[in-house]
Ligand binder design. Structure first.
Ligand code: EPZ
Length: 429
C-alpha cells in the first residue's frame, strides 16, 4: 500500500488550482441515467471515487468517453466526460460495486424513474457512522415506489411510473435531496421537497437537471418544487469547484504560514469556514477567480465550531479545522452534529502530540506549542487529510499509511502542495 512521507516545517507559498467537486460530480454522473441522450460533464476530477462510479455506470450499460485535452488546457484542467445511457442493459447495482462507495446507492432514483425498476445493494457500514438510507427510501415511497429489502438489496418497482408528492425530510440529507430531485424530475405531477439540503452540490445537480429539461424551482433553499416532465434530454454542464478541497488548503496555509492563492474556486461556497478561519487570524482576500490565504508569523487564535448543514460549517472540514486548532494559543471546542463517529482523526493527531479530549459529540482541543512527526494511519478521506495538514506543520518526519483514502477525494495532492514548497512525497508500495 502506498504511503505519504512528509517533512514538516516549510511554509506554503504559491498557487493551487482547485479541482471540480467530487460530491457534485458523483450525482451529476448518476443523473446521466435519466436520459438516453449524452450528458457532457466538464471539470470532472480524476479521483478513485469517480473511477468507482464509472465502473458502476458501465455495469448498467452507460457509455463513458473522456474527451481529449484542448489547446489552452493544462494537466490541472479537469476531465471532460461524456456519458450516454441510451442502452441500459441492467438495472441492478451489485454489492461488490456499491460497497466501495456509498453515493453509488443514488443510482436507484434515475433507474426507478426511467425504467420503473431498480435493484441496488444496501451500501453497508461506513467508517464515519451508521449512515442509513431510510430517508432516501422514504422519499421514493412517497413518490409511489414499492420497495422491499431482499438479500441485502433494495428492490424498488413502480407499475405506472412515479407520482409527484410532498416529501418532508425530518432531517437535512444531501443524498436524500439528490435522490428526491432525480426521481421527481421524471414523475407525473408536482413534487414539493421540504427541509431540502441547501448544499451547493444540490444546486449544481438542479442546474444540470434544468439544462436537461427538468422543471425545478427553489434549489438552494429548503423548499424545492419539481414539476415532473415526460423525458429529459442531453446537456453540457461544468462541475462546480470543490469547496472542501478549497477549505482544506486554506487551513493548511493557516497552519504552516505563508501566502497561497487558491484559483478556480469561489468564496461563496464556503463563507462560514472562511469566516471562522479569519477569526483564527488568517487573512482571507477574495481575488479574481479565487481566494488569497495568508498568515505571516502571527499566532493562531482559538475558535469554536459546530458543524451544520450548509450554510453552516461543513462536517467535511471538521477534521482539518481540528488539526489547525491543535496549534492554537488556547482552548477550542468543536461539536460534530452531522455524523456520530467522525472523530477518528483524534487518536492519530494525538500521535503528533495534539492534546484533544472527547466528550460525546464534543472535542475540546488544548493548543500545544508544537507538533512532532510520527507514523500515523489514514482512516477516512477527510480524517486523512487532517493528518497531512498536521504533518506539514509538525517538526520532523511523518509517514501516513493507508493513503488510498486520500486518493478517493484529493486530486494530485502531493503535486499541488509540493509546488507550494511542501516536502511531501508518495512512497509507492
Ligand atoms: C454527503 O453524504 C456527502 N457525500 C458527505 O461527504 C457529507 O459529509 C455529507 O453529505 C454531509 O454534508 C457525498 O456528497 C458523496 P447526508 P450523504 O445524507 O448524502 C443521516 C466526504 O467526505 N441520514 O446529508 O450520505 C446521516 O446518517 C463525504 O466527501 C439518515 O439518518 O449525507 C447523517 O447523520 C463523507 N438517513 C445525516 O443524515 C438517511 O436515509 C446527513 O447525511 C440519510 C442520511
Amino acid at each position: 500500500m502506498d504511503r505519504i512521507h512528509i517533512t514538516g516545517g516549510a511554509t506554503l507559498n504559491g498557487t493551487i488550482p482547485i479541482s471540480g467537486a467530487k460530491n457534485a460530480a458523483l450525482p451529476l454522473m448518476i443523473a446521466s441515467l435519466l436520459t438516453g441522450e449524452t450528458l457532457e460533464l466538464i471539470n470532472v476530477p480524476r479521483l478513485a471515487d469517480i473511477a468507482a462510479l464509472t465502473r458502476i455506470l458501465g455495469n448498467h450499460g452507460v457509455d463513458h468517453m473522456v474527451v481529449g485535452k484542448r489547446p489552452g488546457q493544462t494537466a490541472e484542467t479537469g476531465q471532460t466526460v461524456r456519458l450516454t445511457a441510451s442502452n441500459v442493459i441492467d438495472t441492478t447495482a451489485p454489492y461488490e460495486l456499491v460497497s466501495t462507495m456509498r453515493a453509488s446507492f443514488w443510482v436507484i432514483a434515475p433507474l426507478l424513474a426511467r425504467f420503473g425498476e431498480a435493484k441496488v445493494s444496501l451500501p453497508g457500514g461506513c467508517a464515519i457512522g451508521t449512515r442509513p438510507v431510510d430517508l432516501l427510501i422514504m422519499a421514493l415511497e412517497k413518490l409511489g415506489a414499492e420497495i422491499e429489502i431482499d438479500g441485502g438489496y433494495v428492490v424498488a418497482k413502480t407499475k405506472n411510473g412515479l407520482r409527484g408528492a410532498e416529501i418532508a425530510f425530518p432531517k437535512v440529507t444531501v443524498g436524500g435531496t439528490h435522490v428526491a430531485l432525480m426521481a421527481a424530475a421524471l414523475a407525473y405531477g408536482t413534487t414539493v421537497i421540504d427541509n431540502a439540503a441547501r448544499e451547493p452540490e444540490v444546486v449544481d445537480l438542479a442546474e444540470c437537471l434544468i439544462k436537461m429539461g427538468a422543471r425545478i424551482e427553489g434549489a438552494g433553499t429548503s423548499r424545492i418544487v419539481v414539476e415532473g416532465v415526460a423525458r429529459l434530454s442531453g446537456a453540457r454542464h461544468e462541475v462546480l469547484p470543490d469547496r472542501i478541497e478549497t477549505g482544506t488548503y486554506a487551513m493548511a496555509v493557516a497552519m504552516t504560514g505563508g501566502d497561497v492563492t487558491l484559483v478556480n474556486t469561489r468564496t461563496d461556497l464556503l463563507a462560514s469556514a472562511l469566516d471562522t478561519l479569519a477569526a483564527t487570524g488568517t487573512e482571507i482576500t477574495p481575488v479574481a477567480d479565487g481566494i488569497r490565504v495568508r498568515r505571516n508569523g502571527g499566532g493562531i487564535a482559538p475558535a469554536d465550531v459546530t458543524t451544520d448543514p450548509f450554510p453552516g460549517f461543513p462536517t467535511d472540514l471538521q477534521a482539518q479545522f481540528m488539526a489547525l486548532m491543535t496549534l492554537a494559543k488556547g482552548q477550542s471546542r468543536i461539536r460534530e452534529t452531522i455524523f456520530e463517529n467522525r472523530f477518528m482523526h483524534v487518536q492519530e493527531l494525538a500521535r503528533l502530540g495534539a492534546r484533544i479530549r472527547l466528550d460525546g459529540d464534543l472535542a475540546v482541543i488544548e493548543g500545544v506549542e508544537r507538533l512532532k512527526g510520527a507514523p500515523v494511519m489514514a482512516t477516512d478521506l477527510r480524517a486523512s487529510v487532517s493528518l497531512v495538514i498536521g504533518a506539514l506543520a509538525a517538526e520532523g518526519e511523518t509517514q501516513i499509511n493507508r493513503v488510498y483514502h486520500l486518493d478517493r477525494g484529493f486530486e494530485a495532492l502531493e503535486a499541488k502542495l509540493g509546488r507550494c514548497g511542501a516536502q511531501i512525497e508518495r512512497v509507492r508500495a
